[in-house]
Design a protein around this ligand. Structure first.
Ligand code: GDP
Length: 289
């Protein structure tokens, strides 16, 4: 399979010619914009590269490619992508607008942790959508982890969160992943609900991570929709989904720089194995080739 994030097609025009000339810069800008780096990052990166090329007095496109890799990796490495899961239990709240891939991500994340021999319990605290609870149940089964479900539709989400943490403490389960609601039209209520879940959990233990799931294919729109979470939910890390086949790899850098929140996981498919940790070096290698 072709590398899903690769910019190399678009960049072929930039690096494929014999020498760096004026049109190189136009082509570079066009391909960065096309890959969703956004106007600000595109301009900054292009300016920085122009300066470097002048300083090193090179006209070799291979040098430019190396410099682009270095610049992107350096910028992506400014924030720490490590998941902080050393508490016992480590409670991870997963938040985000419906449709971004939250449920799928939780399933994949549970499996990812199982692969590292971590024990996991999932809490279905999106209690209003019966289908969401069912879907999460299916993913938990696939991942081979236990799940705490509401006893009735609409049960207080905070009580499901509480019971999930309680089960983890009782059974010595290492990691708790809590699904939360993502209804967009009731922002105030949603944030209150999240606040209550957090307060209840914090009475039992510290919250290790609040992960915001974003759909990379929706770019700036998706980010605008998630603003309430960024402002009010105490997000500690981002998960970017649907990076497969979207050719939107540049959004990774744009979103991290705009929010100041590290990307911690990336989703690149609908399968249970299609989630990885975020490693700037690997990401840039895949992106630039
Ligand atoms: P939720 O409403 O946020 O819980 O979203 P779901 O987990 O139900 O996912 C919505 C859709 O996105 C489903 O069809 C998923 O299969 C799909 N999806 C989720 N993550 C990815 C991903 O990384 N890549 C692709 N291609 N599809 C994804």
């Amino acid at each position: 399979m072709a590398n899903p994030w690769s910019l190399s097609g678009a960049l072929r025009g930039v690096f494929g010619r014999k020498t760096i000339d004026d049109s190189t810069w136009d082509d570079l800008e066009t391909s960065l914009i096309g890959a969703d780096f956004g106007p600000d990052v595109t301009e900054q990166v292009t300016d920085e590269l122009r300066e470097k090329v002048a300083r090193y007095n090179t006209t070799d496109p291979a040098d430019l490619r190396r410099m682009l890799r270095e610049t992107l990796e350096e910028r992506l490495s400014k924030l720490d992508p490590t998941l902080k899961l050393s508490n016992r239990p480590a409670v991870v709240l997963v938040v985000g607008v419906n449709g971004v891939g939250k449920t799928t991500t939780i399933g994949k994340f549970a499996k990812f942790l199982r692969n590292f021999d971590r024990s996991v319990v999932v809490g279905a605290a999106d209690t209003f959508r019966a289908a969401a609870v069912e879907q999460l149940g299916t993913w938990a089964e696939r991942a081979g982890v236990s799940i705490v479900k509401p006893q009735a539709q609409g049960q207080d989400p905070a009580s499901v969160a509480y019971q999930t943490v309680e089960k983890a403490v009782r059974e010595g389960i290492e990691i708790v992943i809590i699904d939360t609601a993502g209804r967009l039209h009731t922002k105030g209520g949603l944030m209150d609900e999240l606040g209550k879940i957090k307060r209840v959990v914090e009475k039992q233990t510290e919250i290790a991570e609040v992960l915001l799931v974003l759909d990379a294919t929706t770019g700036q729109n998706g980010l605008a929709q998630a603003e309430a979470f960024i402002e009010h939910a105490g997000v500690t890390g981002l998960v970017l989904t649907k990076l497969d086949g979207s050719a939107r790899g540049g959004f990774v850098l744009a979103v991290q720089e705009q929010t100041g929140i590290p990307i911690k996981l990336v989703g690149q498919g609908e399968g249970i194995g299609d989630l990885t940790g975020f490693t700037p070096h690997v990401f840039v290698q895949n992106l630039i080739g």
